[in-house]
Design a protein around this ligand. Structure first.
Ligand code: CU
Length: 641
């Protein structure tokens, strides 16, 4: 795929080549990563240039900030099985924070404090309901087509949960589990209301269910009867508003800028249970959801419910949505096992990448809306381009100048292609050169995103690409290699690779936005916490039978109680308020042999509940370096017989 001249070949040649490429793509995928070590193109693995000659724009040193210099962009990265969201500064790629969501985090006491456990969810015995997670997709709330700095959301594929991050404190504040869904994968907030023009911001978050299951889940073995649901979560309450029963599965999700449409690419329209069944059809689909019609159907009571869930489920299957003028859904045909659906910043197109087909499909949203209005005879007319771009195309980013950047997993490349030229080529102008540039990346890229890419403010400065295999790029550290997140200057005609960054596996999707779009707060108000101990004089031990409450404050270099006494076997709830009001003056609180460690940020209150152990003295100490007398910042828990 190094030679772009093949791309202007006749249709016959292109399709002939496509069949060949499908076989090659399949071989690569089924043989796994090892098969991809030698690239399909036969080219030697590229060595990244330290500085490209045409790097006059952002320059090869753009990622190397001077000491003390701040990044100009934030990046929100999914953490994969660490179940968190990672916050990066760009263009440096420096990791600034991990926000725990679905998995306990010993650094901050996530999953240890009562407050975080209430967000994560517990079993009747008080233990966490889940301690594993798998985050893939993160997206932030919108206003007027750009990020507004209120919220971000992230999925947990394993347990079908969605977490909300407050972007004022960079904390997870709510988690919702989607009913009757397995393998919740793609996620995207709406960008405005489809009906009320005054609501120009995100109020819904859409979630794609990937794995079909029996509804209700009775353990039936016939996979042909399995179904997936597409879910809508209320951005404020985080309750599931409604779901749509569909044919096939959902994968990733995109939303239109007018709020009228959401879509999910489908790689298993066959509804197979085995990979060979899942890839048996030459074409799958991108399913479109007509949001206003779905909500009208819910309002009119045209829904059912499944199992113990009270969430209304409307019927979006193909059989009941044949009439465009009443249809809730539209299934646009896309080749083959597509992965990725992305909304162009000019608000006009969704692009699906073919994965097992070396093509990208450009779907014009206006035509989809016309089909819903009965004005377009064939839904296929919404496909305005379907062009060959390379092997194993997955995800697409944009520069705001009409170009798309798609990762090619098998080619280990990013291809930059012009959307308008692709449309012209598709319409018959075979002289239209839509491929602008190709860049080798190291290696097997999955997700890609550009600065401000899926907003109306796409600025075309930086691309980040998540490479699934780093191979020879970093020092070997045993069998599991770091992954390689690469930063690319996308501001010129040619892409320029700027830097490699090893990352702990296994991040997936991410977004990059200008730093002035969020206004982080540094200090909590004591009033934010109903259980706050606002005055050191309120400290003390209150006993109610075997239940003991210990109230304490922290203010460097001391805890308000020099000691406190409980009895062996007591159920102790310790409430700690940090009265320090200086930013970053965070204290920790650890209790030896009691599995307790958590932090309290300035102004924050947190509590833990534990059973007092064997009689003895336990030095509780501050774990987060706070003061010159940090080591002396201790208190004694005295457990009496
Ligand atoms: Cu301290």
């Amino acid at each position: 795929m190094k030679d772009d001249s093949t791309l202007s070949a006749s249709d016959t040649t292109v399709w002939g080549r496509r069949r060949f490429l499908n076989t090659a793509a399949l071989a690569g995928l089924t043989m796994g990563a090892a098969a991809c070590t030698e690239k399909e193109s036969g080219a030697a693995p590229a060595t990244a240039p330290a500085a490209a000659p045409d790097a006059a724009h952002a320059g090869a040193n753009a990622t190397h900030l001077k000491p003390g210099e701040l990044d100009t962009y934030y990046g929100l990265w999914s953490g994969g099985h660490t179940g968190d969201m990672r916050v990066l500064g760009l263009p440096s790629g420096r990791e600034l924070l991990r926000i725990p969501c679905f998995v306990p985090d010993a650094l901050v006491g996530w999953g240890i404090t009562n407050e975080s456990k209430a967000i994560m969810g517990t079993k009747p015995n008080g233990a966490l309901r889940y301690t594993v997670g798998d985050t893939h997709h993160t997206h932030a709330s919108y206003k007027d087509g750009n990020y507004d700095g209120r919220y971000a959301w992230i999925n947990d594929k394993i347990n079908s949960r969605i977490a909300r991050i407050r972007l004022d404190y960079f904390i997870c504040d709510k988690i919702t589990q989607l009913p009757n869904v397995q393998g919740f994968h793609g996620i995207f907030p709406d960008k405005r209301d489809p009906v009320d023009p005054a609501i120009n911001y995100t109020t819904r978050v859409f979630c794609g269910g990937e794995f079909g299951i029996p509804l209700p889940n009775s353990g039936l073995e016939d996979a042909g009867t399995y179904r997936s649901l597409f879910s809508c979560v209320d951005a404020e309450t985080m309750e599931v508003r409604w779901q749509v029963l569909i044919d096939g599965n959902c994968d990733l999700v995109a939303t239109s800028y007018d709020g009228k449409l959401a879509a999910s690419n489908q790689y298993n329209t066959e509804m197979g249970a085995r990979y060979e069944d899942m890839m048996s059809a030459e074409r799958d689909a991108c399913i479109f959801f007509n949001i206003a019609r779905i909500e009208a159907a819910v309002k009119a009571g045209k829904f059912k419910t499944f199992g113990s869930s009270k969430v209304p489920v409307v019927d979006g299957t193909q059989a009941t949505n044949q009439d465009p003028t009443t249809a809730l859904t539209a299934y646009v045909s896309v080749p083959k096992n597509p992965h990725g659906v992305n909304a162009s910043p000019d608000q006009k197109y969704f692009i699906c990448a073919g994965k097992l087909s070396p093509t990208a499909t450009v779907i014009e949203l206006a035509k989809v809306l016309e089909w819903f209005d009965g004005k377009v005879e064939k839904l296929d007319d919404a496909i305005v381009a379907e062009v060959e771009i390379g092997l194993g195309p997955l995800h697409t980013a944009f520069d705001g100048r009409g170009n798309a950047y798609t990762t090619l997993f098998l080619d280990s490349q990013i291809v930059k292609w012009n959307v308008d030229a692709a449309i012209k080529f598709h319409a018959g102008d075979k002289a239209a050169k839509y491929v602008v540039d190709r860049l080798d990346v190291q290696y097997q890229p999955g997700h890609i995103n550009g600065s401000q890419s899926e907003t109306i403010a796409a600025d075309g400065k930086y691309l980040a690409v998540g490479c699934k295999f780093s191979k020879d790029r970093f020092l070997p550290v045993g069998p599991l290699h770091a992954e390689n997140e690469q930063i690319i200057d996308m501001s010129g005609e040619k892409m320029v690779l700027l830097a490699d960054h090893p990352v702990r596996g296994e991040p997936h999707d991410f977004i990059i936005f200008k730093r002035d779009l969020v206004k982080p707060k540094q200090v909590y108000s004591l009033d934010d916490f109903p259980n706050a101990v606002k005055d050191p004089k309120d400290s003390g031990v209150v006993r109610n039978g075997k239940k003991v409450t210990v109230k304490m404050t922290s203010q460097a270099p001391a805890f308000s109680l020099r000691e406190f006494k409980v009895k062996a076997g007591d159920e102790v709830t310790l409430i700690l308020t940090n009265l320090d009001k200086i930013e970053d003056l965070t204290h920790g609180f650890a209790i030896p042999n009691h599995d307790v460690n958590f932090i309290v940020n300035p102004g924050e209150t947190a509590s833990v509940t534990f059973t007092a152990g064997d009689p003895g003295v336990y030095w509780c100490y501050c774990t987060h370096f706070c003061h010159a007398l940090h080591l002396e910042m201790r208190t004694r828990m005295i457990v009496e017989a």
